[in-house]
Design a protein around this ligand. Sequence first.
Ligand SMILES: Cc1cc2nc3c(=O)[nH]c(=O)nc-3n(C[C@H](O)[C@H](O)[C@H](O)COP(=O)(O)O)c2cc1C
Length: 163
Amino acid sequence: MWNYKDFIFGELPCIVTFVSVEVEGKQNIMTASGMFVSDSPPLIAVSISKKSITHRLVATAKEFAVNIASTDQVPLAEKLGGTHGGTIDKFKKFGISTEPASKIKSSLIKDCFANLECKLVNSMAEGDYILYVGKVVAHKVRRKLKPLIWFEKKYYQLGKKLS
Ligand SMILES: Cc1cc2nc3c(=O)[nH]c(=O)nc-3n(C[C@H](O)[C@H](O)[C@H](O)COP(=O)(O)O)c2cc1C
């Protein structure tokens, strides 16, 4: 489903997140990148393939969590980025540790660098993806952990401070 072949996007350095969503008794989670949109109000965007289950659930739920992966979570990023949640519950299959969110239904993922609870404020179809913009209504950051980075189809941790 996620085909980097012929694309430059594998070269683009980006954060790694787990987008989790729950609606009408169905929950799902996938690996995705994410980007800053606005400070005030606090907005973040995720671009989700139309083929994914996550896209269908976010469109209905109108809320989602962006769990920013830590450097300890490479195996989880690989599993959630390579499995389609159509017929399986990835939370059960991979034994994902969760905790309840405070303002949305979806569970948050433990041991992430950060958990952002988002309410959908806008969505835009572009190509075969939908850009979902979420307002962050609650958040948690674990500053002792380090965020995971994706670059040239490999996982990295941040290195030397330059300035
Ligand atoms: C590092 C990494 C980043 C990814 N980023 C995205 C992304 O931004 N958007 C997307 O739609 N899929 C992305 N994927 C692929 C999805 O995680 C994958 O297609 C997943 O199986 C979709 O799950 P679902 O069908 O259960 O929703 C990424 C995968 C990896 C490994």
